[in-house]
Design a protein around this ligand. Structure first.
Ligand code: GTR
Length: 921
């Protein structure tokens, strides 16, 4: 797999196809298919598909191997270099077209002459066969004449399947899912795999990525670490059999299987034996885990030499840094090479490096001299679909990776803002693929399921039996594949193409097919626009379709706003808070505004509903599914209206923040009421139709509500929260009107807890104005939220924190919470705050959310946000990363830590000047 020098779009040198109208008169007509003597499995597979199409059209087929063609009802199939192909190719005066490359093919038939299907390679010949089979299926007969060259634009066109679950397994951490029939019955379902692989081939996908934390201990046994295997003997055998079956069937269809894994995770029995954790975000590389991993990879490559590897250096490994480089170049690549050496093989399997939570350009620089078959991958729009005009820092990273000279693959990752509704806007997707090429310089696609990634193979629809994603989301797979093959297709032809697809799907006349397309394309704008203009994050800690709380709209920084969403994954524009601030200062607005988006999404919803209603009466096929699609369109319309009204209410409320005029608040009331009405409608539409909104049902889920124990995953559960917000808001307005603003709320002081600290040796300080926070500088507290005043902070050396990770070992006789202060600036000198976008373990101690924003000010430092880490009674070692942070002391574990913004209490310089969240909570 190498980079193809010329793009497919340029390669459409000529294409014409003339077809005599289908006569239905093929019965009894004989066709001979001629293939090379020893044809590649892909060619045999292509021939099989072609034969099926011919038989369906009434032809009698015979397959001959290696015989020269005679007579016109012949199809000759092979690679350009095959002996069977050469004579016919020279009869047509054809050879591989200039620039023809991997996976390319040529079809040629003149009237009364044989049909030639010539591939650059076995995949090309396979795609040639599939193309002819498609033509026969469409027209009911073999074309009389044909002249066509084609090849894909993108080098890698892949889909992902998560061998993961919506919840953690008992006693396990994130991503730790051994391959067993109990956990993944579908993984051993061969018929399901065949169905999936056939659909992939139909869409010309050529790579299948399997995602898992640590697959090796389910698939290989190591001489030096036999105890690391984490499945029983019979499961181990089943896994070997399943993997062999899958890779062989994939290969027939021109598909590479690529196994993904996270670093550094070790198997549970291995961890237990060596008294280490299975994963530890802040663990440095040790010789033991390096040796174990290297040997695991070597054994895997030796056993499955045709399987590629997708590497995630981030997540379970110490953040961005030299460790990433070392791990990739000294453990992973040598592991692959050891495996090849043991096999006596030199063909390097592909290694794809993810730019996730690691400095991929730096790692690639070190790795390129060591290994040839390298690729890079980065998320297209984070864990969402937001824009086809990506820009900023994130686009820079993609371009840097594309410019390395290896192929860069675009990862359409979890679609956290689309779940669980149907999505299939050809227009949005075509433009996105164009952006992948033009803005990012990429030449590969890696596509996640459209929804329910963590719940593969099922969708979230409440049906019995449950629907398969593969069936329900056919249009998702088809659109991306179509444009990955060729993104420069003419829009008006595309409208015709999709109109016909949808008409045939639902047994509709063409014009009604166009209505369905319109409904898809109108709704296709709603979730992307909403997230990029109102959202907190592009990550899957936010479920957009469940709505957002008012404080999340008016004070997004409190919720760990992921600013990259606005800076890189949205067109230039303004957030709700920026818009309001500019309004108050009478400044000019720039780019896409929240007000504009509120109007636009309502209009998209209106048009989508009108379009789907127009088609509804004419549906003759797949009626149940059409009903569900229609319901989704209605749901998206309700959601668009909910957000529009709530955003308008938020702007009115923010106006009050600047004007302090209660009339501004009163204007927000009917808007907020209306948003709750639309949400009530959304509840009605989803209650009997969906099991959940989001497939990740773990503690990483944060927005709109915490997802502890699988709660707050339906609209029904969210409605009372929005109703309560409204009730509170009305009440506060009444109180403001009837009485002057109440005296400031009395702070609730934290109750300090006593623990025995084993290491390091520290002195403590009272968390009060004037006290020194570090042992090696004179920096003292300038301002602090009074709630903290009884706590005893731990004085650490700042310089040491910046050089080594901060580690604390202590014993608590009762449950405790440790309050940790993070500086609110991304800077290598400061310990990064827990970030679920790049670290799925960032909530293991319940620490991911900001408890007190702007809690503390030190001179010359950015404001400090406080997070809380919870511990049971016992002895613990907490490993934080490198960088300065404040350990502000232990609090009684039974005391609830309220979430609030101390800005204003501390100082006006603390970022978000005046807090008005109390209007709603
Ligand atoms: C995280 C996300 C995970 C996973 C991961 C990754 O931020 O929460 O679910 O998708 O990113 O990219 O591997």
């Amino acid at each position: 797999m190498q980079k193809v020098p010329i793009r497919g779009s340029l390669y459409f040198l000529f294409f014409f196809l003339s077809l005599i109208p289908a006569s239905g008169q093929n019965a009894g007509k004989k066709v001979t298919i001629v293939t090379p003597v020893s044809a590649h499995a892909r060619i045999t597979f292509g021939v099989e598909k072609l034969k099926q199409a011919l038989t369906r059209a009434g032809y009698q087929t015979t397959v001959l191997k290696g015989t020269s063609p005679a007579g016109n009802q012949q199809i000759v199939i092979g690679q350009w270099s095959d002996a069977v192909v050469k004579p016919l190719a020279s009869r047509y005066a054809l050879r591989a077209a200039p620039g023809a490359g991997k996976e390319s093919f040529t079809l040629r038939k003149d009237a009364q002459k044989p049909l030639l299907i010539a591939g650059f390679d076995a995949s090309g010949a396979l795609y040639g066969c599939l193309e002819v089979a498609d033509q026969i299926n469409k027209t009911g007969k073999l074309p009389e004449t044909i002249a066509m060259n084609d090849r894909p634009e993108m080098v890698l066109r892949g889909t992902a399947v998560g061998i993961q679950k919506p919840v953690y397994l008992p006693g396990r951490e994130v991503y730790e899912y051994p391959y067993t029939p109990e956990t993944f019955p579908w993984l051993y379902d061969k018929a399901l795999w065949i169905k999936y692989l056939d659909a992939m081939a139909e869409n010309r996908y050529n790579s299948l990525y399997l995602w898992n934390g640590h697959p090796f201990a389910s698939l290989v046994r190591l001489k030096d670490y036999p105890y690391a295997v984490e499945v029983d003997e019979s499961t181990f055998k089943k896994n070997e059999e399943m993997f062999r079956f899958l890779t062989a069937e994939a290969d027939k269809r021109g598909i590479w299987v690529i196994q993904m894994f996270y670093n550094i995770i070790v198997s549970k029995p291995f961890a237990e034996k060596h008294h280490i954790k299975t994963q530890d975000r802040n663990r440095p590389i040790t010789p033991l885990i390096a040796d174990y991993t290297r040997k695991s990879i070597a054994a895997f490559v030796q056993k499955y030499p045709n399987v590629g590897l997708l590497i995630t250096l981030g997540e379970a490994m110490e953040g961005v840094g030299q460790d990433d480089v070392d791990w990739f170049t000294k453990t992973i690549i040598p592991g692959v090479k050891d495996g090849l050496k043991a096999l006596g093989q030199t063909t390097e399997p592909p290694i794809v490096l993810r730019a996730h939570d690691s400095d991929a350009p730096r790692v690639m620089k070190a790795a390129k001299p060591l290994y040839k078959n390298l690729y890079t991958m980065a998320k297209y729009n984070g864990e969402a679909l937001t824009t086809y005009t990506p820009r900023g820092k994130w686009a820079e990273l993609h371009r840097t990776l594309s410019n390395i000279g290896t192929v860069h693959v675009e990862n359409v990752h979890i679609l956290a803002n689309l779940e669980p509704f149907r999505y299939g806007s050809p227009d949005f997707i075509q433009k996105s693929v164009q952006a992948m090429h033009k803005v990012y310089g990429a030449n590969g696609l890696h596509l996640y399921p459209q929804a329910s990634y963590w719940d593969w193979p099922y969708t979230a629809d409440k049906t019995a039996p449950r629907l398969l994603q593969l069936d329900r989301d056919w249009i998702w797979y088809k659109t991306w594949a179509r444009y990955a093959w060729n993104s420069e297709r003419d829009r008006s032809n595309e409208v015709t193409y999709w109109r016909n697809q949808l008409a045939s799907q639902y047994g509709l006349p063409a014009d009604k097919g166009k209505d369905v397309l319109e409904a898809y394309e109108q709704t296709g704008e709603i979730s992307p626009k909403l997230l990029r203009r109102y959202g907190i994050t592009d990550g899957n800690r936010q479920t957009l379709t469940l709505g957002m709380l008012m404080p999340q709209l008016i004070n997004p920084f409190r919720y760990g706003l992921f600013t990259l969403l606005y800076e890189s994954e949205a067109p230039e524009g303004e957030m709700i808070i920026e818009y309001a601030e500019k309004e108050s200062k009478h400044e000019k607005h720039i780019g896409e505004t929240p007000v504009q988006i509120a109007d636009e999404v309502v209009e998209h919803g209106r048009r989508a509903v009108a379009a789907i209603d127009q088609a509804a009466g004419a549906v003759t096929k797949n009626k149940d599914e059409f009903g569900r699609l229609k319901n989704d369109i209605y749901a998206l319309n309700a959601m668009a209206n909910f957000y529009a009204q709530k955003a308008r209410a938020a702007l009115a409320v923010l106006k009050f923040k600047y004007s302090t005029d209660i009339r501004d608040l009163e204007k927000a009331v009917p808007l907020l009421e209306s948003s709750v009405d639309h949400f009530t409608e959304l509840v009605k539409l989803t209650k009997d139709n969906y099991l959940y909104a989001n497939s990740m049902q773990t503690k990483q889920r944060k927005i709109p509500m915490r997802g502890v124990d699988g709660t707050y995953k339906t609209w029904e559960e969210m409605l009372p929260v929005y109703q309560k917000e409204l009730t509170r808001f009305r009440f506060v307005i009444d109180s403001l009107k009837s009485a002057p603003p109440a005296a400031a709320k009395q702070p609730v002081f934290f109750r300090p807890a006593t623990v025995a600290i084993q290491s390091p040796n520290v002195t403590t300080y009272s968390v009060e104005k004037g006290k020194r926070v570090f042992s090696d500088t004179t920096v003292a507290i300038e301002e602090v939220a009074p709630e903290l005043k009884n706590l005893k902070g731990l004085q650490l050396a700042k310089a040491q924190q910046q050089q080594e990770r901060t580690s604390l070992t202590f014993t608590a006789s009762e449950p405790v919470k440790l309050l940790v202060g993070f500086f609110t600036e991304k800077n290598p000198n400061y310990l990064p705050a827990p970030e679920l976008e790049t670290d799925a373990s960032a909530n293991d101690y319940g620490q991911s959310e900001i408890k007190i924003s702007n809690a503390l000010l030190l001179k010359g430092f950015p404001p400090v946000n406080v997070h809380a880490y919870s511990f049971k009674a016992g002895t613990h070692t907490l490993n934080l990363g490198k960088g300065a942070c404040l350990l502000l002391g232990f609090v009684d574990g039974n005391q609830a830590i309220p979430v609030f913004d101390a800005a204003g209490v501390t100082s006006d310089t603390a970022g978000n000047k005046k807090n008005i969240d109390w209007l709603f909570e």
